[in-house]
Design a protein around this ligand. Structure first.
Ligand code: BEZ
Length: 255
């Protein structure tokens, strides 16, 4: 099943098969949140609910929110309480002790609208703990896609509509929205990809599906092949095992 949100097309089946590592690598930001039993937590951009479920297992009272109807359905199928809302129009008023987000904020270019909504959603003193792609995230992959898609008339960066801010930029946005920044750091996270020699092609077809979908099927296959060839010397090892050049921005801010 697939659905489009702002600039992306999510295929929940592909995501479940190939995107699980995103939730599995969230240990650091989960620890930074330190969820407590009975506190009210909003999981912003909860996706298919894999981490929301882990949050709920700590005894916290968790609400998930996501803009993708198929992701909302997948998360609700786990028995979670999930709202279907855009992150730029959060309807909550001083309801949560914490807002948590993993690997979602970089999909939304209107960061100010998100941060205003998160600030409103928190009780005074509440915390916003999150991790997202930061400056330099998947830089080699983005550069290769930009080069490969240009002859097809596609500006990959514009089509991706991603937001990978620097620490200084995001600190400024948080402070403008009224938060006090407790910690904020950029963390390089080279991430091994599953799938052996097909690892990068699988990643592109899962996480750049929305952009590749702009092409007819034959061109799409060619674009993937060319992107993989450009990236092989940079991101594959001698055994054709792939590593994606992720960079995370992790922060803890309080209202
Ligand atoms: C990320 O988690 O940083 C990410 C994943 C897929 C595409 C772009 C960024």
């Amino acid at each position: 099943m697939s659905t489009s949100t702002i600039g992306q097309t999510w295929n929940t089946t592909a995501y479940a098969a190939h995107g699980r590592f995103v939730a599995n690598m969230a240990g650091g930001v989960f620890e930074l949140l330190a969820p407590q039993p009975r506190e009210h937590i909003l999981d912003l951009g909860c996706g298919d609910g894999a981490l929301t479920e882990r949050l709920a297992a700590t005894g916290a009272i968790v609400t998930g929110v996501d803009a993708s109807p198929t992701m909302v359905a997948a998360a609700r199928a786990r028995g979670l309480n999930v709202d279907h809302q855009s992150a730029t129009a959060l309807p909550y008023e001083a309801e949560f002790d914490a807002v948590f987000s993993n690997a979602a904020l970089h999909w939304i270019t209107d960061a100010t609208a998100v941060l205003d909504g998160v600030h409103r959603a928190l009780r005074p003193g509440g915390r916003f703990v999150a991790e997202m792609g930061g400056q330099g995230n998947i830089a080699a992959i983005r550069t290769a896609l930009q080069a490969v898609l240009e002859p097809f008339g596609i500006d990959a960066e514009t089509a991706a509509a991603s937001f990978f801010p620097s620490p200084a930029h995001y600190r400024h946005l948080l402070e403008q929205a009224g938060f006090t920044v407790q910690s904020l750091e950029l963390i390089p996270r080279p991430t091994p990809l599953a799938g052996g020699a097909d690892g990068m092609a699988i990643w592109l077809n899962t996480f750049r599906n929305g952009i590749l979908d702009l092409l007819p099927a034959a061109d799409r296959a060619l674009a993937v092949e060319r992107t993989v060839a450009l990236l092989r010397p940079i991101l594959a090892d001698l055994h054709d095992e792939w590593t994606a050049d992720y960079v995370r921005l992790r922060f803890h801010a309080t209202r």
